[in-house]
Design a protein around this ligand. Structure first.
Ligand SMILES: NC(=O)c1ccc[n+]([C@@H]2O[C@H](COP(=O)([O-])OP(=O)(O)OC[C@H]3O[C@@H](n4cnc5c(N)ncnc54)[C@H](O)[C@@H]3O)[C@@H](O)[C@H]2O)c1
Length: 359
């Protein structure tokens, strides 16, 4: 038998589902009279629609797992373009390894979880995510591109939000990634936070940059991320959480209520909350902890919350598709929290300069 090559495995690409093409409203409405997860999903879809109906409610979207590589990129881009989300908190995998990676012109490929010979894949530089394949050599270009962006920036600490904004600017200059989450969020003023920014392809770029520049270098200030996210919550007052999977992004956004309290602000808990996950509650860990449990910590209100126990690629097109086809987003404006945070930075810098000139 002829020796298999990389191109024999990287043939069929993952295609991103287009919620605009499938009106799921009647389907999801009818699920209200069913049982189990279908009824939970119907309730979650209606809670999301309530967030969109309330014009001043800030919709926070949290993302973990590997959803962009799974064909959900366009759902997220449609949310950004149609004012269906105001701020995004994600793991690094979705934003850098997957979205930025595709923005560079690369693809994810259909693979096989049952018959994959992982040793052969290793030899052929193919990485596997369940039933999806990635060309590892292309992923290295992704690390290297982050390295280049680091080298171009003024050496100082950045929030991940600031750094990802620079990635959007870089893509625009390179004329790349017009269908990416990073580029569309950059254009629309939707801030993206990645609280564990080095725990993905970006980390390799940062390691290279900081090794070459041991004293003056670009770094990520995770505390600044938290402060910025808290400032959004304080400015918005009412808020809703759409949480995909769980992980660090879920806790990070929930904790803004507590952080605001510490800053002396009197703000409400997150009013709406939906989580889609397969995580189990029994281990006492974060991802599976229910939203009712979060209310005992004073983070989430219990009036409009719903856990949906489902693999995310099934539930997201239905819940977000429902929100899209109900059209409540048509009455919402873009909140542009990117601009708000840039203005906050400018004010902080001016205050610092004034303080310095008199001492
Ligand atoms: N996700 C990846 O494959 C990947 C790849 C490279 C790096 N990383 C890094 O590893 C760290 C942890 O990854 P994480 O944030 O994904 O956390 P995680 O792997 O712990 O996942 C969080 C929770 O989401 C649930 N979940 C994940 N995918 C789901 C799906 N499709 N449907 C329903 N529930 C799902 C999991 O069961 C888990 O309980 C991050 O910093 C990330 O950047 C992750």
């Amino acid at each position: 038998m002829a020796k298999l090559k990389q191109k024999d495995f990287l043939k069929e690409t993952i295609k991103h589902i287009d919620i605009k093409k499938h009106n799921v409203v009647k389907l999801v409405d009818d699920m209200a009279d069913m049982a189990y997860t279908s009824r939970d999903l119907n309730r979650a879809a209606n809670i999301y629609n309530s967030m969109l109906k309330e014009k001043d409610c800030c919709v926070f979207l949290t993302i973990a797992g590997s959803l962009v590589s799974a064909g959900l990129k366009k759902v997220l881009v449609d949310m950004i373009q149609n004012n269906m989300v105001d701020a995004i908190i994600s793991n690094g995998a979705n934003i850098v390894d997957q979205d930025f990676f595709e923005a560079l012109g690369y693809k994810h490929y259909k693979g096989d979880q049952h018959f994959a010979d992982d040793n052969l894949l290793r030899d052929l530089h193919i990485d596997r995510i369940y039933d999806t394949y990635i060309n590892e050599d292309e992923l290295k270009v992704c690390d290297e591109s982050v390295h280049k962006i680091c080298n171009m920036l003024e050496p100082r600490p950045y929030s991940s939000r600031e750094f990802i904004y620079e990635m959007g600017k870089w893509l625009e200059k390179q004329k790349k990634g017009k269908d990416s989450i990073i580029y569309n969020a950059y254009k629309k003023g939707v801030p993206i936070f990645v609280p564990a920014f080095s725990d993905c392809s970006a980390g390799f770029g940062f390691v290279a940059h900081q090794t070459e520049n041991p004293v003056h270098h670009v770094s990520i200030d995770s505390a600044k991320d938290f402060l910025e996210l808290t400032k959004i919550k304080m400015a918005a007052k009412e808020s809703g959480l759409m949480m995909f999977c769980g992980g660090v992004p879920k806790n990070f956004v929930q904790d803004t209520v507590v952080a605001a309290e510490i800053l002396g602000a009197d703000i409400p808990m997150h009013k709406y909350a939906v989580q889609i996950t397969v995580a189990d509650v029994r281990d006492g860990a974060l991802s599976g902890s229910t939203l009712k449990e979060a209310s005992s910590w004073g983070k989430v209100s219990t009036s409009q919350e719903q856990m949906v126990y489902s693999e995310a690629t099934l539930a997201i097109p239905l819940i977000i598709g429902y929100g899209y086809h109900k059209k409540s987003w048509k009455n919402r404006k873009a909140h542009n929290y990117q601009k708000f945070l840039q203005e906050e930075d400018r004010k902080a810098k001016t205050a610092k300069t004034k303080k310095c000139s008199c001492c």
